[in-house]
Design a protein around this ligand. Sequence first.
Ligand SMILES: [Zn+2]
Length: 171
Amino acid sequence: MCFAKLFGKKPLRLPHPEEPVNYLYTIENTDIKAVIKEWLAVWQVPEIFHWYWLDVDVQVSIRYDYPAVTFSETREMFIRPEWANPGVLSHENSHISYSLLTQEAKANFEESYKLFKDTSLIKLVTEYNMKKNSAWRDSIIEIHADCYRYLGSQLPDSLKAFYPRLFSSIG
Ligand SMILES: [Zn+2]
C-alpha cells in the first residue's frame, strides 16, 4: 500500500538526480563549454557570477581515475569525458565556492547543516549518498557539495548563504 500513490501525490524526488555515466563521450567530442552553460542555466547561477565560473579552467582529461578533480586555490578542474555533465560540474564548483568561506563560516555551515539534516529533501541526498559510500557523511566538504549538486535552488534558504558566488554574494 502506497499512500502517496493512493492520493495522487508525487513522491519526493531529488531535483537534480545523478546523470548516468556516458562512455560515448571522449576528450575529442566533449563540448565542455556547452556543459558549463547548461549548468549555469539549470542550476540558476545568478548572472552576475557567470564570468567567475566561466573563468574556471575546466579540462576534459583522463589524468585521474576519479570522475573529476578540482584544485580550488587555482580554480583548475580535471573532468573525465564520461563524467562531463552538469551535475558533476556543480559538485566540483561547490568545492571552489566552499574554499571562499572563512574558517568561521565553514564551522557555521556545519552547524546550520545539522539543523536541516532531518528535513525531507536533505534526507534524500543523505540516503542516496550513503548507499554509494558510507564514509560520505564524515566529510562536511562532500556534504556541502552534494547538497548543492542534488538540490540546486531548492536548498534551504539559510544554507544558501554558505555558497559564495552560487547564491550568496559574500566571498
Ligand atoms: Zn567532492
